[in-house]
Design a protein around this ligand. Structure first.
Ligand code: PMP
Length: 429
């Protein structure tokens, strides 16, 4: 009842530009992997605030770090002065990201602005203008990130023109190979498509960067084949193109490695970080080879409030929690367990189609009797889950997005799966 009243008020004053609610959940508070709504109902969280709460909601270490910092300095722009937490965090981020070469950091406030930054640094460093990204990519909502995104008409309709110089190629989604190949017959045609573009209309020496999601996140959590990712990185190296890994959604242990690109043994030139970096506080970061970072000078890429002390302290506490609670290993172990259980459930519930994932980033397809995507079933299943006390959302037409906080207990994870099972059975009944 209180929830519905708020949903109504919300609709009167908040634009619908940023929301697609699946059910009227009005979150009031939370701890770890459990959320509570304004009516006192409790939910297991399989969403982690769109993969931004790897340490869970209100991890005591993060709350303590934020509270402590807030007492002495909230944020004083680091554009005009120096401040320790921003330096310490940059040191830690340089150490934890792939690559043992000298690196530097530039801060932002969202994944989107960090992607824009990656484009700027790449253009400035290489002196080249063109940017390659992929169909189904979601890189963000600012015009730069938007120009590199190709996932939804709603993102672009009526908003053109985009920034010139962006080129979109097929993402290697083998299950839906755009070239009609199967694994046995695959000759990396999707990579050849880029090489052909280099021969026909896109001079490789004018390409500054490739923006790559190491897992196609919002497109349905698809995992590209390792040999494609490595070949793409080799192509970049041969042609002097910077390889940018967008880790905004998959970073900080989500996939069972610190960063998703590590699954492919590729070392990016620029790593883009956001979402989980500060456990829900607004912060993003670019971690770059030092020489790339030195290609821009003030005010080439500056946000007044970016790298503020409270957010940096939240990020430092987040790193501590990931390390001390061994969340990377935990993500791997629980991810395997959840996928195993989903596979077992699939034996009696034909609604469950393909299931894929790495660590605690799991995509579970919902299909109809003919094995085709079933959006309606997916919507209803998420709604039933909410009714039974599980927060679950979906991607694309029919992919359940299972991305719980990495601190979720095994018991909570299994309880969440049990709710999902009941919701699937309800739907079938
Ligand atoms: N890159 C990826 C891979 C993302 O998933 C997102 C957010 N869904 C973004 C960038 C944009 O991040 P933000 O919403 O913080 O701007």
């Amino acid at each position: 009842p209180r929830s519905l009243a708020l949903v109504e008020r919300d609709g009167r004053v908040l634009s619908g530009c940023a929301r697609s609610p699946y059910y009227p959940l009005v979150v009031k508070s939370g701890r770890g992997a459990v959320l509570e709504d304004v009516d006192g109902n409790r939910f297991i969280d399989f969403s982690a605030g769109a993969a931004s709460l790897n340490t869970g909601t209100c991890h005591p270490r993060v709350v303590e770090a934020v509270t402590e910092q807030a007492r002495s300095l909230l944020c004083y722009t680091i554009g005009y002065m120096y401040e320790e937490s921003s330096v310490e965090l940059a040191e830690r981020l340089c150490a934890v990201t792939p690559g043992s070469f000298p690196k530097k950091v530039a801060y932002g406030l969202s994944g989107s602005d960090a992607i824009d930054g990656a484009v700027k640094f790449a253009r400035a460093f290489t002196g080249r203008s063109e940017i390659i990204s992929f169909r189904t990519a979601y890189h963000g909502s600012t015009y730069g990130a938007l120009s590199a995104s190709a996932i939804s008409l709603n993102m672009r309709r009526g908003l053109g023109p985009m920034i010139p110089g962006f080129h979109v190629f097929p993402y290697p989604i083998c299950a839906r190979c755009p070239f009609g190949r199967r694994e046995e017959s695959c000759d990396l045609e999707c990579l050849k498509d880029i090489e052909e573009a280099f021969r026909l209309y896109l001079p490789a020496e004018e390409v500054a960067a490739v923006l790559f999601e190491p897992i196609a996140g919002d497109a349905g959590l698809m995992i590209p084949p390792a040999r494609y990712v490595r070949a793409l990185a080799d192509l970049c190296r041969r042609e002097g193109i910077l390889f940018v890994s967008d880790e905004v959604q998959q970073g900080f242990g989500r996939t069972g490695r610190w960063f998703a690109i590590e699954h492919f043994d590729v070392v990016p030139d620029i790593v883009v970080l956001g979402k989980a970096i500060a456990s829900g506080m607004p912060l993003s970061a670019l971690v770059m080879r030092s020489e790339i970072a030195d290609a821009l000078s003030d005010p080439g890429h500056i946000f007044t409030l970016a790298g503020g002390a409270v957010c940096c302290q939240a990020a430092l506490a987040t790193l501590d929690v990931i390390e001390e609670e061994r969340l990377v290993e935990r993500s791997r172990r629980l991810g395997d367990l959840i996928r195993e259980r989903l596979a077992a459930m699939g034996e009696t519930l034909p609604l469950l189609g393909d299931c894929r994932g790495l660590g605690l980033t799991i995509g579970q397809e919902i299909v109809d009797d003919n094995g085709n995507p079933d959006r309606d079933a997916c919507t209803r299943v998420c709604f039933r889950c909410w009714q039974r006390g599980l927060v679950l959302t979906f991607l694309g037409d029919n992919v359940l997005r299972i991305q719980p906080p990495l601190i979720i207990t095994e018991e909570e994870a299994l309880k969440g799966l049990e709710i999902l099972r009941l919701a699937l059975e309800d739907y079938r009944a």
